[in-house]
Design a protein around this ligand. Sequence first.
Ligand code: COA
Length: 314
Amino acid sequence: MPVPRETFLSNVWRDGIFDNKVLFCTGGAGTICSMQVRAFVALGGNACITGRNPEKTERGAADIASVRPGAKVIGIVADVRDIKAMEAAAERCAKELGSIDFAIAGAAGNFLAPMAQLSSNAFRTVMEIDTLGSFHTAKAVMPYLVESVKKHKNSGKIERAGTGGRIIFISASFHFRGQPLQAHVMAAKAAVDQISSSVAMEYGPFGITSNVITPGPIAGTEGMERLSKQDEQSTKASKAIIPVGRWGEVKEIADATIYLFSDAGSYVNGVVLVVDGGQWRTTGADMGSTWKYPDFFLSGGVVEGVKGGKKSKL
Ligand code: COA
């Protein structure tokens, strides 16, 4: 479906800055990642997106490609938990599109659950998708990013060949401040942040940059649908604890991505760029009247009324 440009990109960027460049993005059909990729493709690049669901991945790729005549976007079915599948996906991407110059480790899994109701398998599943998946993504794309940066030097000057050799990990801010119902995700995303630090330290000498983008509550996303109640009172309470007083737009995450991938972000390496309107500065423990802290935990309550609640096995 055609998406108006102002939905996914501010009008401060120049067309063509990613001409002949290729982005590899895991979880690229998701509501946030697809807009990051769409912004990159709109500015001249081609892309490969990966996902577990064949239909969603292929539809997502075709949809993103429609943003610019002549754009090539390939949907590759691959599970980030499988290193061989990730390596094969990266190889296919580089073969069919000529290179991998940029990467986004975006695939993630989340649901709301108290630790008391989190099985070992539930915890492992999120650790494997988010943490192991991010590690696999970095391992799979790094040889191609190292090749890219040889052609697109990070000199700090405006290089005619443009930029290349950059990776972004998508994380979350829950572990900065403590967030009940997110034991699995706090552990997983804290580790993702540290994987990015390791890439920054160990591949920086090759010219690679590695950074984290931490989105706050972004309107209209699967994450918000899974993790928050959408009624008027809950929405109002949620916005009330965000210093800028509103949820973010997908465009604001795409803009941060373009900043880090473009010349403007060349000297930014090893940072966590939090794009959340200042939300993480406020307390995460006060979840309003819905899951009142700490009463909900003391009562042994079950999350109800949201899609991401525990499903009955019957
Ligand atoms: N509460 C508690 N446990 C839950 C749960 C919930 N809401 N949802 C899933 N689990 C548990 C399952 O019960 C299972 O554990 P068990 O074997 O002890 O029963 C374990 O998690 C794995 O679930 P399964 O459905 O087999 O895994 P999956 O790989 O198919 O799905 C998830 C992965 C669970 C992360 C799923 O939510 C998902 O696919 N999410 C993708 C979309 C997404 O979350 N995007 C991020 C938006 S912020």
